[in-house]
Design a protein around this ligand. Structure first.
Ligand code: FES
Length: 256
């Protein structure tokens, strides 16, 4: 159901009174106001999923007689009179447990190590996973691939053995959306000087902008985006830089 963003609600975040758009999540509102809440599975272009639980905050209301509860801020919508604490002792403790567990899951992840250190955790108190990669199963890669329409990535297996992969290598268009949106850089890719890109064990050709000679993407990616958007393929055969420059020139002509 579409979010109703026409109404405003008054909330308090870390002591600041804020007029927030109804329908937005606590995380969205906090970030708009420059209040940082750590997150790993949230992506502004995707529906929130609530997988990592790092974005937990404490909420209460004037009528709750001092009662408070922890909620997942990327999923919880702002409400009138909500009082939100993003840094309480409870919040920090909860996040510490999450990070301790994540550190056991991906002990080699620099991102998780750094985050954990910010919460005073320098080594996990749980058993470390052996042969671990740096995937935390946030599923952003699956969701972003789904959103752009290639639908190539899936979660496989169950429980602690669950992992992400591309079951049908031909379905991947080599666009890098998954790798570039992964919060722990768990999806390796390579771009070679000889005009190739390698990701998910498959090698792709690269198409270059004729003017700037910058790599634009793979032929599969360009065909896919042209078909999905209904825009002419030529539109995708230009780099962002060249497209912006052309727009600027067009505007300049219109102005004079
Ligand atoms: S960012 Fe909210 S649960 Fe992961």
């Amino acid at each position: 159901m579409p979010k109703d963003r026409s109404e405003k609600v008054r909330v308090t975040i870390d002591g600041r009174s804020i007029d927030a758009e109804k329908g937005k999540s606590i995380l969205e509102v906090a970030r708009e106001c420059g209040i940082e809440i750590p997150s790993l599975c949230y992506h502004p272009g995707l529906e929130s999923f609530g997988a990592c639980r790092l974005c937990v905050v404490e909420i209460t209301k004037p009528g709750w007689e001092g009662w408070k509860k922890l909620v997942t801020s990327c999923l919880y919508p702002v409400e009138e009179e909500l009082i939100i604490d993003t840094r309480s002792e409870e919040v920090r403790e909860n996040r510490s447990v999450v990070l301790d567990l994540l550190l056991a899951r991906v002990p080699e992840s620099d991102v998780i190590r750094q985050l954990a250190a910010e919460y005073g955790i320098h080594d996990t108190s749980y058993t470390k996973r052996e042969d671990a990669d740096t995937c935390i199963m946030c599923t952003i890669c699956v969701r972003v691939c789904d959103a752009i329409g290639a639908n190539a990535i899936a979660t496989l297996s169950r429980g602690p053995d669950k992992y992400v992969d591309v079951p049908d290598k031909d379905a991947c268009i080599g666009c890098l959306a998954c790798a570039l949106s992964c919060p722990t850089n768990a999806i390796p890719f390579e771009e070679f000087v000889n005009g190739k890109r390698k990701i998910w064990g498959r090698e792709f050709d690269l198409v270059y902008d004729e003017i700037s000679h910058e790599p634009i993407g793979t032929p599969e990616q360009i065909d896919h985006f042209a078909e999905k958007s209904g825009l002419p393929k030529e539109y995708f055969l230009k780099s962002d830089k060249v497209r912006k420059k052309e727009t600027a020139v067009t505007f300049a002509r219109v102005q004079f």
